[in-house]
Design a protein around this ligand. Structure first.
Ligand code: 13P
Length: 341
């Protein structure tokens, strides 16, 4: 069913020193991010913003792939070159978000299930024709009183596996993203337990649905206390707990784990990844990043929707890409963060 090219693409996405830029915010999500900075969200503003990121000189040293949104994969740079081509020319692999968002799960108040399976085979074929070589689907798991339910875990794992099987059939590498949210006052131990059971149910569903583990990437949350938990964790604790959790639940056949940032402060997301890559002991997969907010935050702010700030936005984006690239080698330092070599 799957071809060796998928393994090569997956490996290229987690090549040493590189990670993925998630630039696949849906129209409502990017509007929310823009609005927080007083930027109007028009199609042209979104195009100019994404063009700023994709044409930042030198990012191909740190960015292996970019996840696009349906609107973005069809947009073009000022010179008429389609965005997937803009990326491919720099050796960056274009990808595409294919889920249709997390919707309320019937019969489970407060929980969600991700939609988008209907017609997915046809959409994947179209995206492949537009230049995509990998895809992403995000499931959302909330921690709270009685949550997550086994029903919610099963429904989301089943959908993730159906998506992954269809991607591999279509010749696209699936990024499988079950996100346990940071919202709440739960402890790091609770996040560990929930993340472990979520990952186990996802890998059970992937096996049941005949998905080739060597030809996918996992995009999980890090193991963190809830944002309202009175006891926050040190960088070392987060790194240790996250890797220990992954070792219990993620088969060694998976080539790479590309974390989401999930609302962590930019520097924390980099420091956590760096600390994981400094750990000794068994680590069968590449540990990398697939950040949206933690790569884009300072860049979007520096740009602020103004043409005259493009260079400042690119500088901020390059800096975060470089810091996270260094974290892949466990070489992220305070000096590098402050902009010194
Ligand atoms: P964040 O890094 O902002 O969590 O986004 C990653 C992502 O792609 C969520 O689906």
């Amino acid at each position: 069913m799957t071809t060796p090219e998928l393994g090569l693409t997956a490996e290229a996405l987690v090549a040493p020193g590189k990670g993925i830029l998630a630039a696949d915010e849906s129209a409502p999500t990017i509007e929310k991010r823009f609005r927080a900075l007083g930027i109007e969200s028009t199609e042209e503003k979104r195009r100019v913003y994404r063009q700023m990121l994709f044409t930042t000189a030198g990012i191909e040293e740190f960015i292996s792939g970019v996840i696009l949104f349906d609107e973005t994969i069809r947009q073009k740079a000022d010179d008429g070159t389609a965005f997937p081509e803009v990326l491919s020319r720099q050796g960056i692999i274009p990808g595409i978000k294919v889920d249709k968002g997390a919707k309320p799960l019937a019969g489970a108040p407060g929980e969600k299930v991700t939609e988008g399976l209907d017609g997915l085979r046809e959409r994947l074929a179209e995206y492949k024709g537009l230049g995509a070589r990998f895809a992403k689907w995000r499931a959302v798991i909330t921690i709270g009183g009685g949550m997550p339910s086994a029903y919610c875990l099963d429904a989301n794992a089943h959908a993730l596996a159906r998506y992954a099987a269809l991607c591999q059939e279509a010749g696209l590498v699936p990024i499988v993203e079950p996100e346990v949210l940071m919202d709440g006052d739960h402890t790091i131990e609770r996040c560990f337990d929930v993340t472990e059971v979520v990952l186990q149910s996802v890998f059970r569903a992937l096996r049941d649905q005949r998905v080739t583990l060597e030809h996918l990437l996992l995009k999980p949350n890090m193991v963190l206390p809830g944002t309202d938990c009175p006891r926050q964790a040190s960088v070392a604790e987060v790194a240790e707990a996250t890797v220990r959790c992954l070792l219990r639940a993620v088969p060694a056949a998976v080539p790479g784990v590309v974390f989401l940032s999930g609302g962590q402060a930019e520097e924390d997301a980099t420091a956590h990844l760096n600390a994981m890559n400094t750990l000794t002991g068994p680590r069968p997969w590449q540990l990398s990043f697939s950040y949206a907010r933690a790569l884009q935050g300072p860049a979007m702010k520096a740009w602020g929707g103004e043409a005259r700030n493009i260079a400042a936005g690119q500088k901020a984006f390059y800096h975060r890409a470089r810091c996270n690239g260094a974290a892949r080698y466990a070489r992220y330092t305070p000096e590098l963060e402050r902009g010194r070599p």
